[in-house]
Write a new protein. Structure first.
Lengths: 825, 163
């Protein structure tokens, strides 16, 4: 065993733009997506889905389907008992929340178009799909409620037995909570001698649209039942299967192999998973179900879909005095796993970075006969950020101040951190002045303002707008204590284990479950620094409940700030376990040892021993200190005491053609403060991708239902995911205010771009045409809507066809909405 | 059933297929070429892009029988002798992928794009990739990757698999 001085510690890994370990397999097609899995004797499912939004099922004739070639069985809800389980809501936001029973395969009544009514099991996917066409379902159509505001009036009920569509009313009032004043007093005062801004904004419905359609394989052979699923939440899925289907948790193994994106869309526990589980158990053979894209868009959960009624009170000089938020939030036809909780995640964020002395938030969740809604990238916080950042621009317009000036007048100054907000949260750190100064410089803010004035003065056909968004968000879900106070059904901790292998390699097991984020790379960097081992020698294992038995998975920008901290603590335990062994080997007192660069050394001498050699010694266990267990492995479970609060200043310059309504992004810059950055390359990817998802809400995407409750944007022809040709390149930079809620100083970045960018873009569009009498344009700001806003002074009207389709009927696409009149009205 | 014979990633294969079977289904289900993936059912996403006789096609838009006698290259046949193709290398170097699901199609489309235009402008790149959807990257680093590959492909054979 070497005990001599070795080379100096390797270069610090944290902060390096390491290329990703994940990429080799992904760029060569050596991938293991769920749909790639083929097992002996495997059977395939095809779902029969309701074409009606609300109907009683009067009969299902499966005879012809059962007689089709290679069909093994055709099953309906009536064929199953309690073994089918139920789909769960893990977050009843109030004790009296109305939660409709949610069978994965209802036998009597469907409550949205796309709900599963029968399942075909066949030897091939194609044969299953062929036979599904032969299942004859008779429906007795019921009145459907599709529109959110109409649903809130309870005239037509999504679930008649509940007696109401209103699921839960959740209220936070700073006066009642003791975190601030009474907002009604602030508004009353502002009506007398200040400024009151009242607006109603629409958060349109969006579809997460991860690129990999959801897929599930269940293998019931062997002692443990194994489920592979394209999921963000293998651990929560395992818990929910055990809790609802009667199979002991210890008999269930869930694997999330390579997962192709999620954005919240794969944090659901789905009817499709439950049905596949039940049929595999029933038939005793491996079963696979992979959805089509159209099924994914119709039945996978959607996001957003709120009406926001907002009242902002301010003094005449632009100092904000109160904010009142009244939300209607569309749950769809069921309360999804976190469904009702998504708007509540925004409840603490409408006040944003501003020092409102009084605040009230009320959210009414409402059931409709539409696809269920749940988390989509940002989950509650984009909605909040959109509302407040739009309102701050309105306040700027009202006072005649620059939008950045009115924000600075009201935001928390950098020397005021930590700052407890009117919503009761303690913001850990930040510097809004620094991020804003940098963003202004990157954009060329003053020059563009001058150009904007020139164009306005000359009456240019193409007007220039500059949009501002100085966002913050809460991320790192979540302190378990807080989740408990909010009646969430689980905690928010994360688990990690560090295994020191005999050969000197290190295995890191994390309960986070990556689906594109790059955990394998970033976590390797953290461990390489902490244990002083080469980056290449660290292997990160995740996404399999038998390999990573403990965890709470990946969502809410939590993996690094919660899971990364668990990793640090496990690594520190390894070092402490190794210390007595190092002292034993070096024949020194443990108190005289210091650990750095992967080595224990005796202070003041050249004597030392690498950690990896101690791992070998612990493996051999021939000569250990008295009483020491022969292992250096250690695990840790970290529960954060607080969220952390990334922030940033996003500036968008957009050109609007006032004759056609066409919006063109000219420049987009952002300076985000996400604390200490582990890997700047990964961060840049998260920011870019987040920006485009947020920009897409502003300009392109919308899930649209017709009056009957049919999703008319139910394919990639009609739901406009932006392409490379629609988007631009971005300028991004960072300031660094280390988080104080974890030892690495990191803050979440996964959702930041999406949260920030939507209001920046819409503010830019409105800013370009405000002088023409426009103060709102409903999202997505399609050319048609912008044109109408300019020409009628309205916000642009509803969308009735697909919002902004890739093709129109004139191109010969069949089965799409008739957009011969432009797609609306 | 129809008998087809073709070359896939340099390997001669022959099978009886249903006339309705799509090329992507043939690649995945019969040959186990699961590197090529399916992302949609309307030919919008481009995740299934492969090369048919050296030109990119969406393999969900080609029947397996149409590939009879053809030479098909998938993402799995692009690297040669353990050496990544310059475009694969560029996607890794520029962080042009996150979840990686669109990546096989993006890479195959990029190879074809650069074969047609070895020195494309950003606008030409963006239009050349218009038929391939990505939800993770916002396309920024994909564009960088294509530019990076364009700068490094000169002199290199840009189709991975020979006959």
């Amino acid at each position: 065993m070497s005990t001599t001085q070795e080379t100096a510690a390797p270069t610090q890994e944290i902060g390096r733009d390491r290329r990703r370990k994940e990429d080799q397999r992904l760029i060569t097609g050596r991938t293991r997506w769920t749909d790639n899995i083929t097992l002996p004797g495997m059977l395939h499912l095809a779902m029969v889905r309701s074409p009606f939004a609300h109907a009683n099922i009067t009969s299902i004739d499966t005879a012809a389907a059962k007689a089709a070639p290679n069909v093994v069985d055709v099953l309906t809800g009536a064929d199953f008992g309690e073994d089918l389980g139920v789909c769960i809501n893990a977050w009843p936001i109030t004790p009296d929340q109305k939660t409709p029973a949610h069978s994965p395969l209802p036998a009597d009544r469907v409550s949205f178009a796309g709900e599963i009514v029968a399942v075909v099991v066949a030897r091939s996917a194609a044969e299953a799909r062929d036979a599904a066409e032969l299942v004859d379902v008779e429906y007795d159509e019921l009145p459907a409620v599709v529109d959110l505001k109409e649903a809130a009036e309870d005239k037509v009920l999504a679930h008649p037995d509940l007696g109401t569509n209103k699921s839960a009313l959740w209220v936070f009032d700073s006066g009642e909570a003791g975190t601030g004043g009474n907002v009604e007093d602030a508004i009353a005062k502002a009506r007398e001698d200040g400024i009151v801004i009242e607006r109603e904004y629409r958060q349109q419905r969006l579809i997460p649209a991860f690129m990999e359609p959801r897929s599930v394989v269940v293998d019931p052979t062997g002692e443990q039942l194994t489920m592979w699923s394209a999921t963000q939440i293998p651990h929560i899925l395992r818990f929910a299967l055990a809790a609802t289907t009667g199979v002991p948790e210890s008999k269930i193994r869930v694997i999330a192999p390579d997962v192709g994106g999620g954005f919240g869309g794969k944090l659901q526990t789905t009817p499709e998973e439950w049905i596949t589980w039940a049929i595999a158990r029933r038939i005793g053979k491996p079963i696979k179900y992979t959805e089509t894209r159209s099924e994914s868009l119709i039945a996978g959960h959607h996001g957003r879909d709120q009406w926001q009624r907002l009242t902002l009170a301010a003094d005449k000089d632009g100092t904000v005095t109160g904010l009142k938020v009244d939300l209607l939030a569309n749950l769809g036809s069921y309360v999804a796993i976190v469904g009702g909780g998504v708007p509540v995640l925004g409840a603490f964020m409408f006040n944003a970075i501003y020092k409102f002395p009084a605040y009230r938030f009320a959210c009414q969740t409402v059931l409709t006969n539409t696809t269920w809604t749940d988390a989509y990238r940002g989950a509650g916080r984009p909605e909040a950020t959109y509302a407040i950042e739009r309102l701050m621009d309105e306040l700027a317009a009202e006072t005649g101040m620059d939008p950045l000036e009115v924000r600075e007048k009201n935001w928390i100054k950098h020397e005021e951190f930590p700052f407890t907000t009117v919503a009761g949260l303690e913001y850990d750190s930040g510097n809004y002045e620094a991020a804003t100064a940098r963003a202004k410089e990157m954009l060329g803010y003053d020059e563009l303002r001058a150009e904007q004035k020139r164009r306005r003065d000359s009456g240019d056909r193409v007007q220039l707008g500059i949009g501002v968004s100085t966002f913050t968000e809460m991320c790192g879900l979540a302190p378990s204590r807080v989740l408990g106070q909010l009646d969430y059904g689980a905690g928010g901790w994360e688990h990690a284990k560090v295994r020191m292998l005999a050969t000197g390699k290190v295995e890191v097991v994390t309960g986070a479950s990556a689906h594109g984020q790059g955990h394998e790379t970033a976590f390797s960097q953290i461990i390489a620094d902490r244990l002083g081992v080469p980056f290449e020698d660290v292997e990160v294992l995740h996404g399999d409940t038998q390999i990573a038995p403990k965890g709470l998975d990946t969502y809410g920008s939590r993996s690094l700030v919660v899971g990364g901290e668990a990793l640090v603590r496990a690594a520190d335990k390894v070092i402490e376990k190794a210390r007595p062994l190092a002292a034993h080997v070096l024949e020194a007192s443990a108190d005289d040892l210091e650990f750095s660069g992967g080595r224990f050394s005796v202070r003041g001498t050249d004597q030392g021993v690498p950690l990896t050699e101690l791992a070998t010694a612990a493996f051999a266990a021939h000569d250990l200190p008295e009483g020491m267990e022969p292992s250096l492995d250690a695990s840790a479970t970290f529960d954060p005491v607080n969220f952390n609060f990334p922030h940033g200043t996003h500036l968008c310059a957009a050109e609007v053609d006032t004759e056609t309504g066409q919006v063109k992004l000219r420049k987009y810059v952002c300076c985000d403060d996400i604390g200490v950055i582990i890997n700047p390359l990964i961060v840049s990817g998260q920011v870019h991708g987040g920006l485009v998802q947020g920009i897409a809400q502003a300009l392109w995407e919308e899930a649209v239902y017709d009056d009957q409750g049919t999703l008319v944007s139910g394919s990639f022809v009609d739901y406009l995911l932006p392409t490379a040709a629609d988007t631009i390149s971005f300028d991004i930079d960072h300031t660094t205010s280390p988080s104080t809620t974890n030892s690495l100083g990191t803050k979440g970045v996964g959702e930041a771009g999406t949260i920030a960018s939507t209001p920046a873009v819409v503010n830019a569009v409105v800013d370009a045409v405000r002088h023409l009498g426009v103060d709102d344009i409903v999202m997505p700001c399609t050319p048609e809507r912008v044109w109408r806003a300019i020409n009628s002074g309205s916000a642009g009207g509803d969308t009735t066809g697909a919002a902004a389709p890739h093709f129109d009927s004139s191109t010969g696409m069949s089965g799409t909405v008739d957009r011969s009149t432009g797609g609306a009205e | 059933m129809t008998r087809i014979s073709l070359t896939v990633d340099g390997q001669k294969v022959a099978d009886d297929v249903e006339p309705r079977m799509l090329l992507v289904q043939y690649l995945r289900e019969r040959l186990g070429k699961t590197g090529t993936v399916i992302g949609c059912d309307t030919s919008n996403c481009g995740a299934c892009t492969v090369h048919l006789n050296g030109k990119s096609v969406k393999s969900c838009n080609v029947l397996a029988v149409q590939a009879d006698g053809a030479e098909v290259t998938t993402i799995e046949g692009l690297a040669q002798g353990g050496q990544l193709h310059a475009v694969q290398e560029a996607f890794r170097e520029c962080h042009g992928l996150q979840c990686g699901y669109c990546t096989p199609g993006m890479i195959m489309q990029t190879v074809d794009l650069l074969n047609d235009n070895p020195d494309p402008s950003e606008e030409a790149i963006r239009h050349g990739l218009e038929g391939n959807l990505c939800r993770c990257t916002g396309y920024h680093n994909i564009v960088r990757a294509v530019q990076h590959a364009a700068g490094s492909t000169s002199g290199q054979q840009s189709e991975g698999v020979g006959a």
